[in-house]
Design a protein around this ligand. Sequence first.
Ligand code: GAL
Length: 535
Amino acid sequence: MHDICVSLRDRFIYPMCTYIASVVRVSLLLPWFKQTEFYPKFPHNIIAHYADNPNCHPSAMKLEVAHIQKNPLVTHGAGGPVYTARSKLNRSFVVLLPLALAAILGYTTYLAHRHDAPHRVSATLDNRVAKLPVMGYNTWNAYHCDIDEDLILQNAQLMKSLNLADAGYTYVNIDDCYSEKSRNDDGDIVEDATKFPSGMKALTDKIHDLGLKAGIYSDSGWFTCQLYPGSFQNEARDAKRFHDWGFDYLKYDNCAVPFDNITRENIMGRYERMANAIGDFSLSSGTPPLILSMCQWGREQGWTWARRYGQSWRTTDDIEPYWQSIVKILNQNSFYTWATDFYGHNDMDILEIGNGPLTYEEAKSHFTAWALLKSPLLIGTHLASATKETLEILTNPEIIAIHQDSVVGTSISPFRWGINSDWVSNDTHPAQYWSGESQNGTVFMLLNTLDEPADMFFRLTESPWIRAGRQYTVRDLWTHTDNGTVVRNFTAHAVPPHGVVALLLQDAGDEPDGLWPPCAVLEWCMNSNGTRIDE
Ligand code: GAL
């Protein structure tokens, strides 16, 4: 029902508002020509429709015509004058002339301004897909362009047999290099006949038969980053194509940008084109929209705008399987954790767990940070040769439970930077002390960014999510043990180099009586007669 209303609004009501506004304007000129009082003569049914419809309220008529275009940001509030249909002039030309003029004026104004509206919120947002960060597999980190249907199906089957699907990894995403270098004569992207001889639809059918979902890749420019066809100016055609192929998810890249005099837009506009194509196709076909994963590498502060178009946005350049890359990405993300919540997630890039020279401790830290910051978790390693340690890290159920928390969608954030002063950006030594909410308690992440073991100490109330004057039970999310009750302070001893501690603290009642000082945070701590304790 909602979809039908939106469609009616965009295709009929907004143009109608333009038309009626023009009627009124042209009509109001007539008294000047005729030197006589004039009341517009509308058919009664139009007036009734017009007065009753909140999307076409008389107050909207006062707005400039350009503002009445397809722009959901315009508020059609209640109130405003009530126009009545009353005819003092009965000469038909008085009616027909303004109607004809208004039709021309209204329609040409509509046409001229239909693309001028400010960036509009995509219909995909209303459809509310991907409330939680996506978990799945992506081909890029492990295989780059060396992909084909057998390999993708094999990984999909391994996701089932290795229990990754049960752990929550349900998307099988194909990255760049799956298509022929040119579109076909109809203008459609075609799958590479050698790599995908059975066709994409046959592949997605098999993926779906495994109980999994499928993702595909394209680009907001002329070409993908490996110079296969991009979707610029073919957004609607490609959104339909990807849907017809059976995909549920689209990663959308940022290479091969058309000249400014063609786009007359920047990055936001190019992403908006695909978001709208997906939304429009979803509305017209009555099918759920593709999840839109925007791969714009953190350019132009995607965390401030991308939520209106899709469900995740890359925040940084491409990840590499080295500690330096992991901490650099984490450092940058420490400054915009606030942008992540249900239906929109900072994307820290495909996981490198199982790849390159990352140590066990580094891989655990990498996974913990990506999961607790609520980034999409896309496995990027060769599953056929994945080690027991890699699989153990990827399937940690207690960390995944927080990543997939359906009640609390927010990320952890640093409460103390540690080695650096707070708010200092340091690509090799990012923030070390992090906390956040979950439905089951307060989550802590302690990261040892040093090259040697370290004790890591914090006062509980440094985290805003901890209540003063209470004590907490401690659950270790990596050892999977309950580690007693803490009061006021916690120390993790001998955290390995580049290692991590992940904890869940649960309220266990009031702290013992008589603790000194009476405030865990001494600043301005005062008794009721005005004596400061901190001086
Ligand atoms: C990059 C993107 C990578 C991968 C690659 C494919 O722009 O960040 O994740 O998709 O393109 O060419």
